[in-house]
Design a protein around this ligand. Structure first.
Ligand code: GLY
Length: 405
């Protein structure tokens, strides 16, 4: 084969470009090594979403005492599952549109490279533990619906009503006020029924003021406590997607993770989000690290968030860079259209096998005064603000329609 002068120059140029890139890559690796050194990495360490903060002490002691990493992570997420005041997980979780609580969970055990998951489970509170039972006592990875419930009962879990009085009332508030074109709320025979006004539309603010006043009235009639009414109205107008993830690493370098949720409030019965999807809501690889998610489940499934992050770390990205890349994929899915992305919310909790960690989120918080946080215990328990891809807060979905003028 003969090389022309032009070929030679092209190859030489490519060679020098490649050397440039190699040098650049080496510099980036050096920077990452320096970043990691200054972080003074510690093991054992356990991380979780902010709603797990108060359960971290016990879980950290478990790790220090030699407990299995998955059991420590499960100790954290079982806290909100048992807590009737946490409306995003387990007992007291907000129900689906039919008023039924349906729970999702999954777990991955790094040392044995096993996984378990359950989706759309009714009547069983600790679905995170059921996901572990699927992992340990079946040849499957995932069970859903009635089959998962029957399996849980066979394993000794008790059936219970997961709909607390408060969650039931908030669901009723949603039912009675989200539409005046259905059969919920006062019917024709009720003294409460009023002829719809024929007056010209009032200004936007006035209509909303009236709507909110009506919601407050219905909330009071339903017996929702005064101090909870505003939160209940917010949950009705902007259905939340609460969840909890936890990843734990012991001093031997063993790592595990788990995620559990009641999913999106008022969802269609049978809707399953990202939380029980291995690779979306949680992913752990003993060779690399672990990641989990809270937020808009549908968006996270499309980018296989937790798996994407762990694979990014395998390629050498730091936990923060790895998480930012997953968030950028969500932004790309909407062609960076901020009019749409402001309704999306996503937080990732990331733990690398050496103890480096990061909490990253699409937005800084749900509201300016409610920043997203990652909770950490490595001997010192703390909650830290996440690093956000976009400045500002996300906006609740659905958009408030403009009524009147
Ligand atoms: N991330 C919780 C859910 O969307 O179900």
């Amino acid at each position: 084969m003969r090389f022309s002068r032009r070929d030679f120059l092209a190859v030489a140029a490519l060679g020098s470009l490649a050397r440039g890139l190699e040098a650049q890559e080496e510099k980036t690796k050096d920077a990452r090594r320096a970043e990691t050194k200054t972080m003074a990495l510690k093991r054992p360490i356990i991380i979780c979403a902010a709603n797990g903060l108060s359960y971290l002490d016990e879980a950290f002691e478990m790790l220090r005492g030699g407990a299995d990493t998955l059991d420590a992570a499960l100790r954290v997420v079982r806290g909100p599952e048992d807590d009737p005041e946490d409306s995003s997980v387990g007992l007291g979780g907000l129900p689906n549109e039919a008023g039924v609580v349906e729970l999702d969970a999954c777990c991955m055990h790094g040392p044995t490279r096993r996984a378990g998951a359950v989706g759309g489970v009714r009547n069983i509170k600790n679905v995170s533990l059921v996901s572990k039972a699927v992992m340990e006592h079946t040849g499957h990875v995932m069970l859903v619906g009635e089959g998962a419930e029957r399996f849980a009962v066979a394993q000794g879990f008790s059936r219970e009503n997961l709909l607390t009085d408060r969650s039931r009332k908030v669901w009723l508030l949603w039912k009675e006020t989200h539409s005046d074109q259905d059969w919920w709320g006062p019917g024709l025979a009720s003294p409460e029924w009023k002829t719809p006004p024929e007056a010209p539309p009032a200004p936007h603010s006035e209509i909303w003021e009236k709507k909110l006043k009506k919601m407050e009235r219905v909330a009071a009639d339903l017996g929702i406590e005064p101090e909870y009414r505003l939160k209940a109205i917010h949950q009705v107008l902007f259905p939340p997607t609460g969840t909890i993830h936890s990843s734990a690493l012991n001093d031997k370098g063993e790592i595990s993770g788990c995620t559990t949720t009641s999913g999106l409030a008022w969802k269609l019965p049978g809707r399953v989000g990202d939380s029980p999807i291995i690779g979306a809501g949680c992913y752990t690889d003993q060779d690399v690290g672990s990641a989990g998610a809270t937020g808009s489940g549908e968006e996270n499934i499309k980018v296989a968030g937790a798996h994407t992050i762990v694979e990014n770390m395998r390629r050498g990205l730091s936990p923060q860079e790895a998480g930012m890349d997953a968030l950028k994929r969500i932004a790309r899915d909407y062609n960076h259209d901020m009019n749409k992305l402001r309704f999306v919310d996503m937080t990732y909790y990331i733990l690398r096998k050496d103890g480096a960690y990061a909490g990253v989120s699409l937005w800084e918080g749900y509201e300016p005064d409610r920043p997203h946080k990652i909770a950490v215990h490595d001997g010192t328990k703390r909650a830290e603000n996440t690093v956000a891809l976009f400045k500002g807060s996300s906006v609740g979905w659905p958009p408030i329609p403009r009524l009147g003028k």
